[in-house]
Design a protein around this ligand. Structure first.
Ligand code: ADP
Ligand code: MG
Length: 267
């Protein structure tokens, strides 16, 4: 078994709005893949559809380590080994990070003692010791929240991790710290799909492949030269090279989250 995530012909719509359009993507175990794309191209929708958020009309196939995902409920997908880190991690006052991890590990059938030891070990590796007895994400900075999410993934050891906009809202130093944490979490038993709309984070870690998503499809995949091309000419130049129609006048609808980020790629 070498493929952590295999997505084929995946289409998804909501409220009559077709967002993902026969999308294909594959992430082998041990690799880190980046998905880049302008706002509104469907990156978060891909995460939602894979993790099983309700409300979408879905067609196509998605497999986790060879097992069908789309027929499973959210919790079954999680137990099978799919985990997502969120763009805006929720604060849970009153629930300590350590307790949360022990409960989650228990749900996944990880022995209590093994989980407790892993928490200590990984907390040391990721510099998370001082957060273990604080409430989950409560009063953490943006960068600390992202690091906490990565730490949780490392402790729970899913087969596949989806990191949605791992770098948005972070200052330049935090981007570097989070990128290093992503590189540190690389494991032969896990695939990582890291969603970003900056190329900046790619300066700090070695991704195996970059995919560009436009209008609900992966339109190009490649190595670091693709990020360089985007850095140079933006998505407009890529659209031109690939013969994709330019964005409609006014560009995509902006969401509030877009205004909290620095130098977005597509502006
Ligand atoms: P990205 O994460 O790449 O910025 P999203 O996946 O959040 O993009 O959104 C893709 C498109 O789907 C956007 O045009 C967005 O407005 C639309 N969309 C997302 N959620 C819904 C919804 N619940 N109903 C209708 N349209 C939606
Ligand atoms: Mg998004």
């Amino acid at each position: 078994m070498t493929t952590a995530l295999r997505v084929e012909d995946l289409s998804a719509g909501i409220d009559g709005n077709q967002i993902l359009k026969e999308l294909d993507i594959e992430v082998p175990f041990g690799e880190i893949h980046a998905v880049m794309g302008p706002n509104g191209s469907g990156k978060s929708t891909l995460c939602h559809v894979l993790t099983g958020k309700s409300g979408y009309k879905v067609n196509g196939s998605a497999e986790l380590a060879g097992q069908d995902l789309l027929s499973l409920d959210v919790d079954e997908r999680s137990r099978l080994g799919l985990m997502q880190s969120f763009q805006y991690p929720t604060e849970v006052p009153g629930v300590r990070l350590r307790e949360f991890l022990l409960e989650s590990a228990d749900e996944r059938g990880i022995d209590h003692q093994v989980a407790a030891e892993r928490i200590e070990q990984e907390a040391e590796r990721f510099g998370m010791e001082r957060f273990l007895d604080r409430s989950l994400n409560d009063d953490l900075s943006g960068g600390e929240k992202k690091k906490s999410e990565i730490f949780q993934i490392v402790v729970l050891q899913p087969k596949m991790a989806l990191l949605d906009e791992v770098d948005s809202g972070l200052d330049i130093d935090a981007v570097r710290t989070v990128a290093e944490a992503v590189e540190e979490m690389r494991s032969p038993d896990m695939g990582i799909l890291m969603i970003t709309h900056y190329s900046r984070i790619l300066n700090y870690l070695d991704v195996d492949r970059i995919h560009v998503m436009i209008d609900g499809q992966i339109v190009d995949s490649g190595g670091s030269e693709l990020a360089d091309e985007l850095e140079e000419g933006g998505y407009a130049a890529l659209r031109e090279r690939l013969g994709i129609e330019p964005e409609p006048e006014g560009g995509p609808m902006r969401k509030p989250s877009d205004f909290f980020t620095e130098t977005p790629f597509d502006i």
